[in-house]
Design a protein around this ligand. Structure first.
Ligand code: ZN
Length: 65
């Protein structure tokens, strides 16, 4: 894995960077949580788009009269 701080390569599963010594371990639970949050964000984005389309359609209908 690549160190996010100094960009040097490290062995897979390394806890600290061999080059700069910073903590680079990311628990699997955090990665899973992040994936879950990204999925929820996408779902909310779709929902927001649908809501906007509905409002737009509603406004157009009002103006048509
Ligand atoms: Zn580093």
């Amino acid at each position: 894995m690549t160190c996010p701080y100094c960009r040097s390569g490290n062995a897979e599963g390394a806890l600290v960077c061999a080059s700069c010594g910073r903590d680079i371990a990311v628990p699997a639970t955090l990665i899973a949580e992040r994936d879950d949050l990204l999925r929820k964000r996408d779902e909310l984005r779709d929902e927001l788009k649908r809501a906007r389309d509905e409002v737009e359609a509603f406004m157009k209908r009002r103006h048509a009269r």
